[in-house]
Write a protein of this length. Structure first.
Length: 123
């Protein structure tokens, strides 16, 4: 019995759908546990906050997983763009201190820009 490419693709899509469903269920379970924890846990309990954070991360992962009608975004991105995105994500915390400097320099450049000579000479 030979397996065609279409059958392999359908099996992969089915396996991916199962994995996506599992991630969604886990995210929902953590979010429900966090809600119950915030209602019933003591004030010094840290596990509801941990469950909430894990549920949010799993929910974001669930949103990122491809579905049959929508392919993954990472397939269309080149390696250079992925590296650039990773570098930007790492450096954005350090670059935020340069934004005010860039703003001041932009305003100064706008104020001190060369003026156009008027077309009519004033007499």
């Amino acid at each position: 019995m030979t397996i065609t490419v279409e059958q392999q693709s359908q099996e992969a899509n089915t396996e991916l759908a199962v994995r996506r469903r599992r991630v969604g269920v886990v995210a929902g379970a953590f979010l429900v546990a966090a809600g119950c924890g915030f209602v019933f846990a003591t004030e010094n309990s840290a596990w509801p906050a941990a469950c909430l954070r894990i549920g949010i991360v799993f929910g974001a992962l669930w949103l990122c997983l491809p579905v049959q009608r929508r392919p993954t975004v990472w397939k269309s991105m080149s390696a250079g763009r992925l590296v650039g995105l990773a570098v930007l994500a790492i450096l954005v915390n350090r670059l935020k201190y340069l934004f005010p400097v860039i703003g001041v320099l932009t305003v100064l450049a706008w104020i001190l820009r060369p003026r156009r000579a008027s077309t009519q000479l004033r007499r």
